[in-house]
Structures are given as C-alpha cells and as structure tokens.
Design a protein around this ligand. Structure first.
Ligand SMILES: NC(=O)C1=CN([C@@H]2O[C@H](COP(=O)(O)OP(=O)(O)OC[C@H]3O[C@@H](n4cnc5c(N)ncnc54)[C@H](O)[C@@H]3O)[C@@H](O)[C@H]2O)[C@@H](O)CC1
Ligand SMILES: Nc1ncnc2c1ncn2[C@@H]1O[C@H](COP(=O)(O)OP(=O)(O)O)[C@@H](O)[C@H]1O
Ligand SMILES: [K+]
Length: 488
C-alpha cells in the first residue's frame, strides 16, 4: 500500500520527530537524499551547471543544502533567490562555503534585491539541472508573480528539473493547480507522499516521484492510499472446495438497449472475468449477449423478475429505461450505477438504500450530477469525488486519468495507480462496471470492489494496449492476465 498524507498530518509528524533530534537534522536528511537523487539524474556531477530556485522557506533551505553538497562534488551551482532577506541563512552560508554563487539581484550595487529575472533566465537557460525549491508544503494559493515567472522560464529550458518535496505551484493536499507551476522530471519528496503527488493535474507536474525516508512515523489511517499488487491479491475472491456458482455470487447486468447493445456485451465481458459464479443479463440486448457469451443467463423484462443476484450493475448503454434503474435500486443487494443509470437514478432512492451503492461516473457525468463544468471536476478530482459521495450517501468511483474511489462516510480515499490513457476508448467503462459488479457479487465491499476493479482494469488496459491502440473488448480479454499478474 502506498499512502499519502496531507500537510497538517505531515507537520504534526515532523514536530514530533524534530523534538527528539538535534536542530537541523531533518533538513540534512532531506538535503542528502535530494543531492543523491540529483547526482544520479546528472550522471556526472563534476562540471555540471546546477541552478537552485530558492524561495523564502525551508523548501529553499533543502535546495541550498543539497546545492552545497553538489558544489562540493564539483558542480557549478548558482542560486536564484526570490527573497534574499528571508532566505534560509544556514543553507545560503553552506552553499557559499562550498563555492556556490548567487545570481545577481535587482539592485546592482549589493545584489540584495530579489533575483533579476533576466539574469535568472540566463543561468536557467544554460543549466543542466534546475532544482525547484521555491515552495513546498508551505505553499498557499497559486504561485506569486516572481515565482510564476521562474516556473515559466524553467519550462523553456532544456535542463532536467528536480522538484523539492513538491513541484512549486501544486496543492499538496488536493492535487489542484491554480495558475503556473513548475513541471518536474523528478520530484524528491520527504517522509511520505502527499495527495497532490498522486492526483492529476498535479501528478503530471511531478514527473516520477522518489520518496526519501527522513524517519517520520505517520498515523495508520492515511488520507489517500494506492493499492499495490499484494493488497489487491488479498482482496480477490478464490473459489474453494465448497464453492458452487451461487455461493461464488451471481451478478446481474441491467444494461444495453436496442440502440446500444454493445454496452451490454462489454459489461457482461467484464463481469465474466470478475470472480462471480454466474452472470445474469436482463434487457433488450439478450441476443447480442448470448451470441458472444453463451454462458450468460439471459432474460428480458424487469430486473425484479430476473431471479436472485448478489449484486447488480445498471446503466451502461441503458438509454432512458428509468424503471429498470429504479427497480435495481429497490433491490436489497449491492448496486453499481454507471453511465445512463447515473442520470436516471433518483438521489433520494439512492440515499435511502441500506445495501451498498457504488456510482461510477466519468468527469462529464460527475459534472452533470454536481451541476458544475467538466473542467471543474477534472481540476478538483478529490473534492469532486468526496462531494458526490456525500451528496448521494454512496461510494463513488470517479473515472479518468486519476481514478479515485471515496466512501460516503469519508475516511481514506483510494487512488488507482495502474491506469493508462490508452483506456480512453469507447466502451472501456462498460467493461469496468461489469468487472467491478462481479467483485461486488463475490462479496467485496464497495470501496474494495471499486479500487480492485479499477486496478485490474488499468492493468488489463496496459496489457491490451502494449503501446498500440486497442478496443474495449481487448481490455476485457486481458483481465485474466491482469488477475494472474496480481496473484502470481
Ligand atoms: N519541517 C521539517 O521538518 C522539514 C521540512 N522540510 C522542507 O520544508 C518545507 C516546508 O517549509 P516551510 O514550512 O518553510 O514552507 P515552504 O518553504 O514550503 O513555503 C513557505 C514559504 O513560501 C512562501 N510562499 C507560500 N506560498 C507561496 C506562493 N503561492 N508563491 C510564492 N511563495 C509562496 C511563503 O512566503 C513562505 O516564506 C517542506 O516542503 C520541505 O521541503 C524538509 O527540510 C524536511 C524537514
Ligand atoms: N486519460 C485517461 N487516463 C487513464 N484512464 C482513462 C483516461 N481516460 C479514460 N480512462 C479510463 O477509461 C475508462 C473510460 O470509461 P468511460 O468514460 O465510462 O467510457 P465509456 O462510457 O465509453 O465506457 C475508465 O475506466 C477511465 O478511468
Ligand atoms: K518545490
């Protein structure tokens, strides 16, 4: 399990540890890890041109001490100071002792003003490596103009960019990015991941992320967590000697329409690979389903008369069949609502349910449910998924470049680490809903089913694409390889 904690929790853990350590020890640990990562990225430190972007807090202090270490190994290190009078004094002294220099300030005489942008631009454009120590977990709001200008110059440079703790300009707690932010190739983060490093759009700015252990001990419950293979393997159902098809769970799929029979086929394709013992299909696309998957138990008419199921999936390609959605929501078993079902589901009916409900919107569907724009959802995924979960009293899986799963009761949010943008292909969401519904039928809770489903689906997408375009049915076919990879 990879866990991420918000700023307040990190600060509390830092305070607790700092009280037991000599002053400055934590910053030295951070700087040592940062310098080692920079050296590795550079390959050859001696003679490398390194520029430090230094803000007024301890994030800048980390950059300065790391820069001093690199200077001692022969790099030419120049610091660009955003606020010379508030620069970390110890870090700046260490850099100077090691032979590093400071880019000229705006007042030519003593060079004491904030960095002159033209001078900063010259050194940044000539650098091999830029170390972004503008701001870390102390950041508030979008970058101020001076800092934003440096982020923009850095983007124009061909230097490798290493962000200290976080790319400056991204929100640590949410993954939101308001205005300019530094785009890093590598982010070296300290003590623990922060939610912003795992959630888009901020995640994209972070590049690859390296975690440096500085000895913090974090609470058991994280704010955000990403399952790994072993966590998913422990959740996946395995048939035992006493299993039969009913005991393994029957998943009902109420999906598809005369117009969209393919959605039914794809949802069934996912469900057949999700661990339930049988898949029932109810709806107008029975012929298409049975032609492709003869093992499906097919019926038409109302879901209420389809026979017993342990979980329902409703909505993919369902058109306007509001009655089928209402009938499924009245069933006292776990229900997954996707696609058209989201539009048709009555919120009070969802809220009144006693069995678990899992809603699986993409950003556009979530936007419609929340009454905001798609951009707002994509810019604030964590907020959006929590808000929807609260409003509907349901577990919500928000799909997209960062898939998140949140429970109605709050608590930890799961982020899926396996996704791939190749999954942005018509019908792949239908496969996900079938697969995840099958996991619900097999007995997983809604948070676990959603996160294990997204995990397998992401992995299957990677296997199916393997660097080339693929269709949603290819994803369904690779679920079995993904499953084997996870449990193997
Ligand atoms: N507290 C600790 O024990 C440790 C902290 N470490 C480092 O310290 C950082 C936190 O340091 P600080 O609390 O000093 O905070 P930061 O250095 O992250 O940021 C605070 C400074 O940035 C400025 N600032 C805030 N928002 C800004 C914006 N939007 N645009 C431009 N400037 C802005 C503020 O004026 C303030 O001076 C961590 O991210 C990490 O890099 C590490 O050295 C490890 C140990
Ligand atoms: N840019 C992306 N990166 C990673 N995964 C994505 C991206 N875009 C879409 N996906 C995934 O692809 C699937 C698409 O689902 P959905 O939007 O419901 O499509 P459809 O309705 O056509 O089935 C979801 O699992 C989603 O998380
Ligand atoms: K930073």
């Amino acid at each position: 399990m990879r866990s991420a904690y918000g700023v307040e929790t990190v600060r509390a853990a830092e305070r607790e540890l700092m009280a037991r350590l000599p002053e400055g020890a934590l910053m030295q640990r951070a700087a040592a890890g940062l310098a080692a990562a920079c050296a590795e990225l550079l390959g050859r430190v001696y003679g490398a041109r390194v520029v430090l972007l230094v803000g007024s807090g301890d994030n800048g202090g980390d950059a300065l001490y790391a820069g001093a270490r690199l200077a001692r190994r022969g790099a030419g290190v120049t610091a660009v100071l955003l606020a010379p009078d508030r620069t970390h004094a110890g870090g700046l002294a260490a850099l100077r002792r090691a032979g590093g220099s400071v880019a000229p300030g705006r007042r030519d005489d003593a060079g004491q003003g904030p960095a002159d942008l033209a001078a900063a631009e010259r050194v940044i454009l000539a650098a091999d490596l830029v170390v972004d120590g503008i701001v870390g977990i102390g950041g508030k709001g979008g970058l101020r103009p001076d800092a934003a200008a440096l982020a923009e110059v850095t983007a124009a440079s061909r230097a490798a960019v290493v962000a200290v703790d976080l790319p400056s300009g991204v929100e640590a707690d949410t993954g939101e990015v308001r205005g300019a932010a530094v785009r890093a190739d590598l982010t070296v983060t300290f003590g623990t991941h922060k939610p912003g490093l795992l959630i888009d759009p901020a995640r994209e700015y972070a590049g690859s992320v390296r975690l440096i252990d500085i000895g913090l001990s974090m609470p058991d419950e994280a704010e955000l967590e990403a399952l790994q293979h072993a966590d998913v393997a422990a959740l996946l159902p395995v048939p035992r000697a006493e299993s039969d098809k009913y005991r393994r769970g029957v998943v009902g799929i109420a999906a598809g329409s005369a117009r969209y029979p393919g959605a039914a086929v794809l949802a069934v394709a996912g469900a057949l690979r999700g661990g339930a013992g049988a898949v029932r299909y109810v709806g107008p696309a029975g012929d298409a389903v049975i032609a492709r998957f003869p093992e499906t138990l097919v019926s038409s008419g109302s879901p209420e008369r389809a026979g017993r199921v342990q979980a329902w999936v409703v909505g993919p390609g369902a058109g306007d069949d509001a009655e089928a959605v209402a009938a499924v929501l009245r069933a006292d078993v776990p229900v997954l609502v996707d696609a058209d079902g989201l539009r048709l589901a009555d919120r009070d009916l969802v809220r009144a349910r006693r069995a678990p409900t899992l809603l699986t919107p993409h950003a556009g569907e979530a936007a419609a449910l929340l009454g905001v724009s798609r951009d707002e959802v994509e810019g604030a995924r964590l907020h959006s998924v929590r808000e929807l979960a609260g409003r509907y009293g349901a577990t919500v899986l928000l799909k997209g470049s960062t898939t998140l799963v949140a429970s109605a009761a709050g608590g930890v949010v799961r982020v899926n680490p396996t996704g791939t943008s190749w999954l942005a292909t018509a019908g792949s969401g239908d496969v996900l809903s079938g697969l995840t519904g099958s996991l619900l039928a097999a007995g997983l809770g809604a948070l676990d089913a959603g996160s294990a489903g997204a995990y397998l689906h992401g992995l299957a997408g990677r296997f199916a694409a393997d660097g080339a375009p693929m269709g949603a049915h290819d994803v369904a076919e690779e679920i079995r390889s993904a499953w084997r990879d996870v449990v193997g």
